[in-house]
Write a protein that binds this ligand. Sequence first.
Ligand code: BT5
Length: 248
Amino acid sequence: PAVEYGLEAPFSIEYHDAITSTNDRARELATDGASDVGVLADEQTGSRGRLKREWTAPSGGVWLSTVLRPEVAPARAPLYTLAAAVATARAAREAGVDARIKWPNDVVVPVDDEGGYRKLAGILTEMEGETDRIAWLVVGIGVNANVDADALPPEATSIRAEAGDVDRRVFVQRLLEEFDRLRTDLEGVVPAWRELALTLGQRVRVERASDELVGEAVDVTDSGALVVETDDGRETVSAGDCEHLRPR
Ligand code: BT5
């Protein structure tokens, strides 16, 4: 329970020392009708990234999934993912880390002036619903908090490595407060995201379902899609993986 963890967060929190995946537990709670609850764990033994990729989640991290039931069209679901990235980056910045956002939802720390970065946190949003309404959203947030960098994949970093250990109660509380504020002001999400974006102005390669785009990332649309200036003109991509390329 939230009280046991020492939080007065806007979500009621179920805490686990270890769990397979906080997203899986949150999905169970969502299916049972829960709303505005969070699942938080010190360690995960079977956590996932997007597209069934593995997510490394050793003890000392912030592994958190929230259940929401927003009354908005499914097309707006990506805004909750962007909101989670903004909230995470802001909480990390308060902890002394130069956190920025790589489109769409990676929280990263720049390592040079050319778009290079290490990944601090990732977001996995899962949804159930029909074409006109969302039944539930599970927004999973994984932050390498008080974790040694050598317990993580080589391209990753942690709050510990960047700025020293953080009080996880304070960090989670701040993250959830920001997330709660943004979800009640969806219009404010993209402007807030833009301010923290590392991707805008970068040369990028983005994979779409059937092709890939190479060009300069110039903007995000109101729904969070990336706008890329290619040799053939402007194109938008609403979902996919984005690679920062070295400047020409
Ligand atoms: C993500 O996927 O970035 C979403 C990660 C979401 C994890 C949270 S933790 C709480 C909740 N419960 C879960 O089971 N999941 C969520 P993606 O963009 O697909 O990136 C995955 C890739 O990041 C992997 O293929 C690795 O290359 C890399 N990676 C794995 N673990 C990492 C870590 N701890 N830190 C940084 N990079 C990592």
